[in-house]
Design a protein around this ligand. Structure first.
Ligand code: UDP
Length: 566
């Protein structure tokens, strides 16, 4: 049985020393300890009746190992990326606080030690049973495990979870399919289950949303922040000088400067970086805590388009700032932007921070075209006028993250073979199996309630079946109905009966490896079923197909979990 633990002493000891990245993570763990402890108490109350199994967990942070080049650690104090370290610190804390038995590795030597591979025997496969229930790692770590566990990785890979900031779509993950259809990249093709990849934001439901946390304020703090806000202070998002290189920035910065005092936290060695104009009050890179203080005073946090999808905007919004960011038209993706090129996703990034744009929105987040000077000017004046309260979505609070990680650990299972569907049951041979009874509920179809006895997580009772429009993905189709696409439920709708339930008349039915299937082609009245479960994908669309989409409901503020998922 896992027991919540709020003392972080043993966790700090395990994180180790000797690298700036580890010191950053330890400072964060210490600073947030009290928040985690009170979140653990609340979740413990909420889950009172639940028995939680204690798991043996290995966390191998591949990108911090010397063997992967560890390019991040030396840049911690120099404006380099910190988002990944924020996330790993929070993952470690969540697993520790949930009471699991944790081992942490940031080198190949430690990895070998924990896996019981004798030192110096490079690719000697692990022969015995895997001494862990779960291994959290990243793409670098996965590569290292392949090299050093050899063939046994294949045997044990259902225990692995890959922390993958931007996400991996099924078409890129499936080695054979990716190779045949031009989805091969440097990262993909591990043939994992899509939900074994865990992302920083809920980018695509094909992956699991891991996330991180931002500091939560109590009512007194919120009140004080609102009282002490200075309406004309703006902070620019970008701790590295190169993030200030944006073409045309002079124009909108001049407008902003007309109304507001502009602050920056750009790293510099001896003198002001030339990219940062003289009228900007540059504080240099600040410790996280001091950045929070600055954000508490500021009214506006403004992004210049890079970095993409980091933690800082959530921290700013949690401290009562309005986040102003550029809209990308056309959207950025691996097809048209260097940063995303080679990443195993074709997701279209509609602004610097699509989560802030789509899940938070006004009044906390304003997304506009920065080249339109009138609109920019009017927006700045509006921002100075309006009052907003500090806001943090539940899924980014410590309690929200604990709740989500708990639910994954206790319910996600990629190791047991999936029971065949449709179910084979002799009593159903005379009368049709109950899950085939699809009950219409407006344009969405619901499974007969007695189908929920069928083992699945999320439970089958959460399933709402619908057909996308031609050219629409299941991500968008479900979203349009106020739901979310749930890849774990695809196997229940990959049947002929699902087409007829939606009144799609099939002249022919084929079964194919195609990441858009199950789908209906109106032109040929042809119904396509998915041949390979690894290719079930919420992402992806084609003007030729109406896709069948398994949607589900979600908890308010916690998109990863359906209402009956806890
Ligand atoms: N940060 C910081 N000092 C600064 C600016 C940022 O400690 O002067 C922290 C910030 O609190 C956030 C982290 O850097 O948690 C990562 O921020 P960002 O959104 O820039 O993401 P990145 O691109 O670094 O992954």
């Amino acid at each position: 049985q896992a027991v919540f633990q709020s003392d972080i002493g043993s966790l700090l000891e395990q994180v180790g020393t000797g690298k700036e990245s580890l010191s950053f993570m330890k400072r964060r763990i210490r600073r947030m300890a009290a928040q985690w402890a009170s979140a653990a108490r609340r979740l413990d109350d909420k889950l009172r009746s639940h028995w939680r199994e204690q798991k043996m967990i290995l966390v191998h942070v591949g990108f911090l190992t010397e063997e992967s080049g560890d390019v991040f650690s030396p840049k911690v104090l120099k404006g380099g990326p910190l988002g990944e370290m924020v996330q790993w610190a929070d993952i470690l804390t969540a697993l520790h606080v949930l009471g699991h038995n944790l081992k942490i590795s940031v080198s190949l030597k430690e990895l070998h030690g924990f896996l019981g591979v004798p030192p110096g025997r490079g690719s000697c496969p692990l022969t015995g049973p895997l001494p862990f229930d779960l291994i959290y790692t990243d793409y670098h770590g996965l590569q290292q495990m392949k090299q050093h566990m050899g063939l046994s990785l294949r045997k044990h890979k259902c225990h692995i979870r890959v922390i993958d900031t931007f996400g991996t779509e099924p078409a890129y993950n499936h080695e054979g399919y990716a190779t045949l259809h031009g989805y091969r990249t440097n990262w993909g093709y591990w043939n994992l289950h899509g939900q074994q990849y865990m992302t920083m934001f809920p980018h695509t439901p094909d992956n699991s949303f891991m996330g991180f946390v931002a500091e939560e304020l109590n009512e007194t703090e919120k009140h004080n922040i609102q009282r002490n806000k200075v309406n004309n202070i703006a902070v620019v998002y970008g701790k590295e000088a190169s993030m200030w290189k944006l073409q045309g920035k002079e124009k909108f910065l001049a407008i902003l400067h007309r109304y507001m005092e502009i602050h920056g936290t750009v790293y510099y060695e001896t003198q002001r970086p030339p990219e940062v104009p003289a009228f900007v009050k540059n504080h240099g890179l600040l410790p996280q805590q001091e950045l929070q203080q600055l954000l508490r005073k500021a009214k506006l946090f403004i992004g210049f388009g890079f970095p993409y999808e980091g933690p800082a905007p959530l921290e700013a919004i949690a401290n009562g700032c309005i986040f102003l960011q550029p809209k990308f038209n056309p959207p950025h993706s691996s097809l048209n932007h260097d940063f995303f090129r080679g990443k195993p996703t074709s997701r279209k990034v509609s602004s610097q921070h699509p989560y802030a744009e789509q899940y938070i929105g006004r009044p906390h987040v304003i997304t506009i075209d920065f080249n339109n000077s009138e609109e920019f000017d009017a927006t700045i004046r509006e921002i100075m006028r309006i009052n907003v309260e500090p806001f943090l979505p539940y899924e980014y609070t410590c309690e929200g993250m604990l709740e989500r990680v708990h639910a994954y650990i206790q319910n996600q299972d990629f190791c047991s073979p999936e029971a065949p569907f449709p179910p084979v049951n002799s009593s159903w041979l005379s009368s049709p199996p109950s899950p085939f009874l699809l009950l219409p509920n407006s344009s969405i179809l619901t499974w007969a309630s007695n189908a929920s006895s069928y083992k699945s997580w999320p439970p089958l009772s959460a399933l709402r079946l619908l057909a996308s429009l031609e050219g629409q993905s299941c991500v968008d189709a479900c979203q349009g109905a106020g739901l979310i696409c749930e890849p774990a439920l695809y196997r229940f709708i990959n049947i002929k009966e699902a087409f007829s339930a939606l009144e799609l008349q099939c002249d022919g039915v084929e079964s194919e490896m195609n990441h858009l299937f199950p789908a209906f082609s109106a032109e040929h009245a042809e119904c396509g079923l998915q041949q390979d479960p690894l290719l079930f994908s919420c992402a992806g669309s084609s003007a030729k197909y109406q896709r069948l989409c398994p949607c589900r409901d979600y908890r308010s503020g916690q998109v990863a979990l359906c209402r009956d998922c806890l």
